[in-house]
Design a binder for this molecule. Structure first.
Ligand code: GLC
Length: 521
């Protein structure tokens, strides 16, 4: 594979015959060999996609590729830098503290259950110091998978009184539900490939992957049967919570439907975080209207929900992640010798590639979400617009236009990437997905930028992410104007991003020195 920062286990999507899984032994980092090789430009960037087989000819940047030049010296310095060393230790401590036994809650009190995409991302953080625990994270997540293949957005393993809406709202007071009835962006296959590929415990990885693969496949099949019954090539979300970007301005226009008469409810999030950083009451009324309607609809029957939901959106975040996850699922299928499913995944990718073309807004120079009920592209410049770079689905020309926009955004705030264009009137620097910076989104955008050869901007975003976490710690999200931390504290996916991405060399060096069970009671 071109432009790798560590050896591959044979993995370009090159159509080669499947081989027995042979996980790579990643060299145990020492202070001497922590040098990160300079990121090379990909050799295939001169190729303009002409047809939908383009994605097969290129290999995406490895998940946690690090930035070049400054990144090298910075990351090398990181180990000596007491602030970053402290962050690594705190991140390990944070995951252990949020470990409820096989799953990691996002943050105490605010989010006391297992969240779907949080867990898939957090698994990569565990992997740097406890591989078995990383696999357990995914296993526990899939223990909540529904029979129809859906992986719920939240799994309520143990009761908690600090979150609303909890199990008795999703189910019934006398018969609480074990999970929500909606989903979240499907990061799991991306994470599973990462764990499998970078394993130092080959036998363990082979066993875990053999168990996990059919479940991953079932979850991707669910997306297509339940959320793309019209074969658009891109899937629908039916609730803003499914996007993971709950109150993004991209949902404003669609979230204007009349709300129902709701039973009285108490927002528990406001006990933990200032109202100025959270969605408004009107937004919550709409969230709950959707929830109660879905529940009334035969308890979340996937065959019906797509047709009855007053909110049906082609979300860029979900679709970019699904497109990339399909590529990783295909890679895994080939490694595991599951040739029979490769053509099915190819079809998803081919159609996905076509589907994404409909989401390109050439005037804005951005991808946009699409309201499936009106057929209109949603004019809302959010950070999700850059995620097709992570999917690798943008053409070279589209990537150039995206980068032009991204540069303007970054010129307007000291810390990127804001979740909404800072020059847009809907930008609110403190309010959740309407302005703040999220480190997981920075990681995905960076990874995409490196893939397309925009190393300098990737470096800016990497540096901003380091600065934000250095100054404000492991917060849920950050104010792009001041760099202040917002939302929850000691947040698991921010910790995982420090371990797996920002401080990867130091974290690996520390992680490899650790042994024994990592779960604290
Ligand atoms: C919020 C975020 C969502 C995340 C969850 C737990 O709801 O919007 O993306 O999964 O918190 O961290």
């Amino acid at each position: 594979m071109a432009g790798e920062d560590f050896p591959s286990s044979g993995g370009a999507l090159d159509g080669s015959a499947p081989t027995t899984p042979k996980p790579v032994l990643e060299a145990v980092p020492t202070l001497q060999n922590l040098k990160i090789s300079r990121v090379q430009s990909l050799d295939n960037l001169n190729t303009t996609p002409k047809d939908c087989t383009y994605w097969r000819e290129k290999s995406l940047r490895r998940l946690f590729s690090l930035s070049k030049s400054n990144g090298v010296s910075k990351s090398e310095g990181v180990f000596e830098d007491s602030v970053r060393l402290h962050i690594v230790e705190e991140s390990i401590e944070c995951l252990r503290r949020n470990d409820y036994g096989g799953y990691t809650i996002p943050a105490h009190n605010l989010y006391p259950f297992q969240w779907n995409w949080d867990s898939a991302i957090v698994a990569a953080g565990w992997a740097v110091f406890d591989e078995a625990r990383a696999w357990a994270e995914l296993e526990t997540l899939f223990s909540g998978q529904w029979e129809d293949g859906m992986v719920p957005s939240i799994i309520f393993h143990k009761p908690s009184t600090t979150y609303f809406p909890g199990p008795e709202i999703w189910g019934l007071p006398g018969s609480p539900s074990k999970s929500t009835g909606i989903t979240q962006p499907p990061v799991a296959a991306i994470s599973a490939r990462f764990l499998f590929e970078q394993t130092v415990h080959g036998k363990l990885a082979e066993k875990k992957m053999a168990d996990l693969f059919p479940k991953l496949l079932a979850s991707h099949r669910w997306w297509y049967k339940a959320r793309d019954p019209e074969k658009k090539g891109v899937v629908a979300i039916l609730h803003p919570w499914e996007s993971g970007m709950d109150n993004s301005p991209a949902w404003d226009a669609a979230m204007k439907f009349p709300t129902d008469n709701l039973p009285p409810y108490e927002r528990k999030d406001l006990h933990h975080v200032s109202a100025s950083m959270r969605p408004t009451k009107d937004t919550y009324d709409h969230y709950l209207t959707l929830l109660y309607r879905f529940k009334a609809e035969n308890f979340y029957d996937w065959k019906k929900l797509y047709w009855v939901s007053p909110f049906r959106m082609t979300d860029l975040c979900t679709n970019s992640i699904l497109f990339r996850a399909n590529q990783d699922l295909r890679w895994l299928a080939m490694k595991l010798g599951k040739d029979d499913v490769v053509s099915e995944i190819d079809e998803w990718l081919d159609r996905g590639f076509e589907g994404f073309k409909q989401l390109w807004d050439d005037n804005a120079g951005l991808y946009q979400c699409q309201d499936q009920l009106t057929g209109k592209l949603v004019d809302a410049p959010t950070s999700a617009a850059f995620l097709p770079l992570f999917a690798g689905v943008a053409s070279k020309e589209q990537a150039a236009k995206l980068v032009e926009n991204l540069k303007q955004w970054l010129d307007s705030v000291p810390f990127g990437v804001p979740s909404t264009d800072p020059n847009d009137p809907r930008f609110e620097p403190l309010r959740y997905w309407r302005g703040p910076v999220w480190i997981i989104i920075n990681w995905m955008i960076c990874n995409g930028l490196l893939h397309y050869g925009y190393d300098d901007i990737a470096e800016r975003i990497y540096d901003d992410s380091v600065a934000l976490t250095s100054n404000a710690g492991l917060r849920e999200y950050f104010d792009p104007k001041t760099g202040d931390g917002c939302g929850g504290e000691l947040f698991s996916w921010t910790a995982a991003m420090c371990l797996a991405w920002l401080d990867r060399p130091s974290a690996l060096a520390i992680g490899h020195r650790m042994s024994g069970p990592k779960i604290l009671s």
